[in-house]
Design a protein around this ligand. Structure first.
Ligand code: NAD
Length: 498
């Protein structure tokens, strides 16, 4: 059985805790590897390594740090097929979707290549007589990222690329369900010239995470995962004096206005609702048709499309989506479908009993479609994170704006319409962090920032884009007087520029 250790001090090391977790092949249901789960002492050793390596890395000029990132991009491109295969084999998403996962991470590495510009400070000459005022951005020291299973390439890169470019050392605690791609990315970074110890990947569970949250040498934590864990990380990390940003779960609505191009809306719902088996934080899980006629047409068009979804192993290039990540997650999603029926929602397509010939033990599930879902139901309030789309019928536009605005989660939302007034009004008023207009998965590009509101995001700054540079640096502001000599004795009044 393949054993996955940790990546510390520039190389893979074996786990020493005696505790391991299973890494499944979701296509077959078999355990394909065991991953080490770090003990407190192992995490502390990684932090010690990172702390020792950080000052020299911070003192490396930003152009040189950028060159490491450029080289890293080149190595990823060379290795992309292997990375995508590895990713699919542990996560279960299709090969082309895995390539997309890698690509969206690569784009943040590309952004981080601009670090010489991004880290520039400000300067005011002559703020007073002989006085210049300037600010500079400095790295924080050792920072950490804790990431989820569903984007094992993209989200680690969203975290470590800007942090490293800013001159920090980084500890990554990836998901224990698909740890191989983060380990491989660390190897590639060292090959690209990153000094040993600057990036460490420590696999583990709560014990590893709690060490990061409480160790005073860790200055900042970036987390992505479910909202209950996000709240815990935010509260505990903040209580220990760290800078913390946490991105949580989601329930993304897509509003379909009566004037929308219905075929385009259905295509969008199928891709955004069922792609990656619904295991995306920006998946659309709620469709909100406005008015009875729109709802009836939408349901009529959706049913045959959901029934004909092509589900296959992650190696099948013709599959729309692959298996779920683990049996436990598959069971959880099926339980939600059972619950929806009990709550009185109308299950129009039932994918619970889907079996794939030759892959009977794989974690597969067919697409499910609920109609007549209402806001008081748990299947509406809670994140399901599977191939299950709920249709909530809104009687008018006002109700359609209210639904996502009043929902506990506020990650993404979309409106499909041909009416510019409605789209403009919606984007302005809706109480959600990322909005799409005739665009179902509005994940901003790397040079903008990504972040949800309400229970989808905890902390002040978003991920990637300019906010990532702000998050991973602190600002120092200098007031300097040249010539240095002052005349006239001590000043007891607060200095002002007269
Ligand atoms: P998860 O919360 O189970 O795990 C996330 C990370 O936290 C993992 O590294 C895990 O090891 C760690 N963890 C789990 N339990 C812990 C505990 N009790 N104490 C300390 N650490 C713990 O999430 P997941 O199932 O891996 O990922 C899916 C979730 O992530 C979904 O809710 C999805 O919406 C969310 N997500 C959000 C975004 C976003 O940007 N908002 C992006 C991707 C995924």
């Amino acid at each position: 059985m393949r054993e996955i250790g940790h990546f510390v001090g520039g190389k893979e090391v074996k786990g020493a805790s005696g505790r391991t977790g299973d890494v499944f092949n979701p296509n077959t249901g078999e355990v394909q590897a065991s991953v080490a789960l770090a003990a407190k002492a192992e995490m502390e050793q990684a932090i010690t390594n990172a702390e020792a390596a950080q000052p020299a890395w911070a003192a490396t000029n930003p152009q040189r740090r950028a060159r490491v990132m450029f080289k890293f991009l080149e190595l990823i491109q060379k290795d992309v097929d292997n990375l995508a295969k590895l990713l699919s084999s542990e996560h279960g998403k299709t090969f082309s979707d895995s390539k997309g996962d890698i690509q969206r991470g690569v784009e943040v590495v590309e952004f981080a290549c601009g670090i010489p510009h991004l880290m520039k400070g400000e300067y005011t000459e002559g703020a007073g007589p002989g006085i210049d005022l300037y600010s500079m951005r400095q790295p924080l020291g050792v920072v950490a990222g804790i990431t989820p299973f569903n984007f094992p390439a993209m989200i680690p890169m969203w975290k470590f690329a800007p942090a490293l470019a800013c001159g920090n050392a980084f500890i990554l605690k990836p998901s224990e369900r698909d740890p191989s791609v983060p380990m491989r990315l660390a190897e590639l970074l060292v090959e690209a010239g990153l000094p040993a110890g600057v990036l460490n990947v420590v696999n583990g569970d709560k014990e590893a995470v709690d060490t990061l949250l409480t160790d005073p040498r860790v200055k900042a934590i970036g987390f992505v995962g479910s909202s209950s864990i996000a709240e815990y990380i935010f509260a505990t990390g903040s209580a220990h004096g760290k800078r913390v940003q946490c991105f949580g779960g989601a329930k993304n609505h897509m509003i379909v206005m009566p004037d929308a191009d219905m075929d385009q809306a259905v295509d969008a719902l199928i891709g955004a609702g069922y792609g990656s088996a619904g295991e995306r934080c920006m998946a659309v899980s709620v469709a909100v048709p406005v008015g009875k006629k729109t709802a009836d047409t939408l349901i009529e068009k959706l049913i045959p499309r959901v029934e004909s979804l092509k589900i296959g192993p992650s190696t099948d290039t013709a599959a729309d989506y692959g298996p779920m990540v683990t049996r436990a997650h598959l069971d959880k999603v099926k339980n939600y479908v059972d619950l929806g029926i009990k709550e009185g929602a109308m299950l129009r397509v039932d994918g619970r009993n889907f079996r794939l010939q030759g892959y009977e033990n794989g974690f597969f599930m067919g697409g499910c479609l609920f109609d007549d879902v209402t806001p008081d139901m748990r299947i509406y309030k809670e994140e399901i994170f599977g191939p299950v789309l709920s249709v909530v019928r809104a009687k008018d536009y006002e109700e359609a704006v209210r639904l996502p605005s009043e929902h506990d989660y506020g990650n993404g939302v979309a409106i499909f319409t041909r009416d510019g007034d409605a789209a403009r009004d919606f984007t302005s008023r809706v109480n959600v962090g990322m909005v799409g207009v005739n665009f179902a998965i509005p994940v901003p590009l790397a040079y903008y920032t990504f972040g949800g509101w309400k229970r989808s995001g905890f902390g002040d700054l978003n991920q990637h884009g300019p906010d990532s540079i702000r998050f991973y640096t602190k600002t120092k502001t200098v007031t300097a007087r040249w010539p240095s000599g002052t005349k006239g004795g001590a000043e007891f009044v607060i200095p002002t520029m007269k």
